[in-house]
Design a protein around this ligand. Sequence first.
Ligand SMILES: *Cc1c(COP(=O)(O)O)cnc(C)c1O
Length: 237
Amino acid sequence: MSTIATNIAKVGARIREAAQAVTRDPDEVRLLAVSKTQPADAIRQASSAGLRDFGENYLQEALEKQSELADLPLTWHFIGPIQSNKTKAIAEHFDWVHSVDRLKIAQRLSDQRPASSAPLNICLQVNVSGEASKSGCSPHDVPELARAMAALPRLRLRGLMTIPEPTDDPAEQRAAFARLRSLQDELDLHLDTLSMGMSQDLEAAIAEGATWVRIGTALFGARAYPSQVATVDPSHE
Ligand SMILES: *Cc1c(COP(=O)(O)O)cnc(C)c1O
């Protein structure tokens, strides 16, 4: 087995154990392979090992890999900060967008989603940790934003997404994910998705109801250049 196939098996086992620990059906938790900074060949290996869903943060890099891998039946998720001038390409080339945190971006994605494609699946990204440097709307704005986004014709609002402040304390990890889940529970919008949990905290996220875990490092190894997660979001400057 390749290293990637071995890692997929390990992550699969972590997901199953975490789900069983809270008597959830492991099939309710889907694995999004975060392939930012990884070469197309790594995605090809992950695809042969059975993965179909891939998450990318940087548009140009994603488009290059998509065209190299056009022969594969992959589902592409955009998970990075979104600047207005990128919405058209994102609406045209992705099936899901997990990182929508402003109504203006949602409106542009809806307007620019091609008529020939199914409605674009989106998640509203929420900042549950309250740090100024992070992406995501304020928890206070979730009800109004979610209602407005759910009404856009070419989008399908599926649920909420978050990237909490990293911590090694499992209780703190769970508290942040529980906040996202309770925000979702308060909405009356029939949402079916909670996008939360990464390599370090997927167990806590699954315990609190994650339906997508977004996993990079545990599948592909360390990235050559640092993730955009911890940096200032240029679209908010
Ligand atoms: C990079 C990234 C991940 C994956 O993080 P790992 O710690 O490598 O698993 C998940 N979600 C988002 C939004 C990311 O940018």
